[in-house]
Design a binder for this molecule. Sequence first.
Ligand code: IPM
Ligand code: MG
Length: 356
Amino acid sequence: MSRPRIAVLPGDGIGPEVMQQTLRLLAAVAPDVEPIMGLIGGAAYVKHQAHFPAATRDLIDDSDAVLFGSVGGPIEQAHLPQWRGCEVNSILALRQHLGVFINHRPARIFPALRALSPLKNERLEACGEVLILRELLGDVYFGKKRTFKENGCMIAEDVATYTEHQITQMAHQAFQTAAARGGQLCSVDKANVLDTSRLWRQVFTAVATDYPTVQLQHMLVDNCAMQLILNPAQFSVIATSNLFGDILSDAASALPGSLGMMPSASFNATGFGLYEPAGGSAPELTGKDVANPMAQMLSLAMLLRHSLDRPAAAAAIEQAIEATLDQGHRTPDLMAAGGQPVGTTGFTDQVLRHLP
Ligand code: IPM
Ligand code: MG
């Protein structure tokens, strides 16, 4: 087999620095994998006057997987062309370009960091990982949008659309994932109010008959938001629509205690994968060597496992991160749990030391 190539798109803010550290791990666990660097977001705009330039599309189309950092600039610069529409033009356009319709967001609780979570320890103890499966190409994100004036009054519209095909495709993936993880699936919607949710629930119920080993439960999204905080251990795999998944996955990051620890993986119908931290570009942390690189590193581990079929290399990264945390090394966002302060680079030095 020829050398696998991964498109690496660090983007903006803390993206480049956490990516640089993450690539040190890649070189250590899979030295034959070739990272090809590309521009996206504000960083691409400076050079190409586009947030997702053709050069980056070509590079992606020639790769085996995409490792993405983060995009977006400081709020006070939001009016500059470099940042205007940056997220929509880059990450949403990239997801659409690749056709990645399902996003896996695992909220994993590291025992060494339990004290960090605002949740009581006894609520977390029974809870290892909650996996949120978020539909990624439908809903208000990609529906028709407009802002207009009628009778002197401004009106804004975002249309939420789901097709039966979109939900069916999502449901099969969700059931297969749940089947491989103990057989519990909670589908989350707002079927008491929304038509899209009623179709969602109908399709999930129909697809369930193909997966007799999976136990399907339906839950309304408002209740789910509460249950995630009150009793997270009841969840194993949650499947939900795009906007609900966006919100619930940030809420679920309260379980590990920091958004800096949430990786994600998105797949299209051919299994091609896009891997990105669930957090943002954190401009205020940029260039200070303080950002937590874990979400980026765990996203690389997911890439190695799912796109390159390297489970040993993935496990090596995950175990080295866990060992680093067990030894008490903490980036600033994790310091509430006590321990020894380290920066982005210092944390990575420790992870490298703990690789098998
Ligand atoms: C996420 C982010 C993005 C989203 C933004 C940056 C467009 O919040 O990946 O969760 O809403 O999908
Ligand atoms: Mg989000």
